[in-house]
Design a protein. Structure first.
Length: 257
């Protein structure tokens, strides 16, 4: 999706109308793409300015009261005379308007700066967490370190492409079964993401670790993923597979067919 196609989602997000997968996708995009984040800032400034201007509009009751006061003042004056409103009145009204506007604008600027700082801090935290996770997962000499790397991923609320790819690689290629199984568990947390779902389905056709195979089959059943039916049939018919794997695949077929 190019930058222009994010505009409507950004507007809905700022208005609080973006939910579910769309909200998650946008937040991930804000965290990793500078151009989208910059567009978000621009719309945030414009929309909040519009909202603030609406809040500063005088109420209908206030307008009516002001007009009534003017009319009463005019009725008290003889015809043919010009009504003179003292300059002090104008200066006082202008001063009040300036104070109200200044307070409102100052509040809006402070709030906007605070939101930008919070977003920047969040992005830095996400990047630091990702770097820590990937560093641990790349420690080929220590399975316990790689396992801790997967644990870091489990603590994340959202997973971008870098996190997903690192977990998929660990699930499919790590030499340690516990690490592979933990990576699968972490991926299952993000199973609603299309990229994660696709990677899990693909892994079932290439996975050779019986423990992970069984866990994958169980996850596919919980996800009600009918796209693995043919692969389950292949696992059942392949005599080289362990009996436990074939039995689990057969149970999966009964539940998904």
């Amino acid at each position: 999706m190019n930058i222009d196609e994010w505009e409507n989602r950004i507007i809905d997000y700022i208005d609080g109308n973006l939910e579910g997968e769309g909200r998650i996708a946008l937040e991930q995009e804000l965290a990793k793409r500078e151009a989208v984040f910059h567009l978000y800032q621009q719309y945030l400034v414009v929309i909040e300015a519009m909202d603030r201007s609406r809040e500063l509009e005088p109420s209908t009751r206030l307008k009516a009261s002001f007009e009534k006061t003017i009319k009463e003042e005019m009725l008290r004056k003889p015809e043919g005379k010009v009504i003179s409103i003292q300059p002090v009145f104008f200066r006082a009204a202008a001063a009040i308007a300036l104070v109200v506007s200044g307070v409102a604008i100052g509040f809006w600027i402070t709030k906007n700066q605070q939101q930008q700082q919070e977003m920047l801090a969040l992005r830095k935290e996400v990047e630091a967490t990702k770097d820590l996770m990937q560093s641990m997962l790349q420690n080929e000499g220590s399975a316990s370190q790689r396992l801790q790397g997967v644990t870091v991923a489990l603590q994340m609320e959202k997973a971008d492409d870098d996190v997903v790819n690192a977990l998929v690689k660990a699930m499919n290629e790590d030499a340690n079964s516990n690490v592979r199984l933990a990576a699968l568990d972490a991926l299952s947390k993000f199973q609603a993401e299309p990229a994660v779902r696709k990677a899990l389905v693909k892994s079932l056709s290439t996975q050779k670790d019986p423990i992970v195979q069984i866990a994958l089959i169980q996850l596919m059943v919980r996800m009600k993923e009918k796209g693995v039916v043919k692969e389950l049939e292949r696992l059942v018919e392949d005599d080289q597979n362990m009996k436990a794997v074939k039995d689990e695949a057969y149970k999966g077929l009964l539940k998904l067919s």
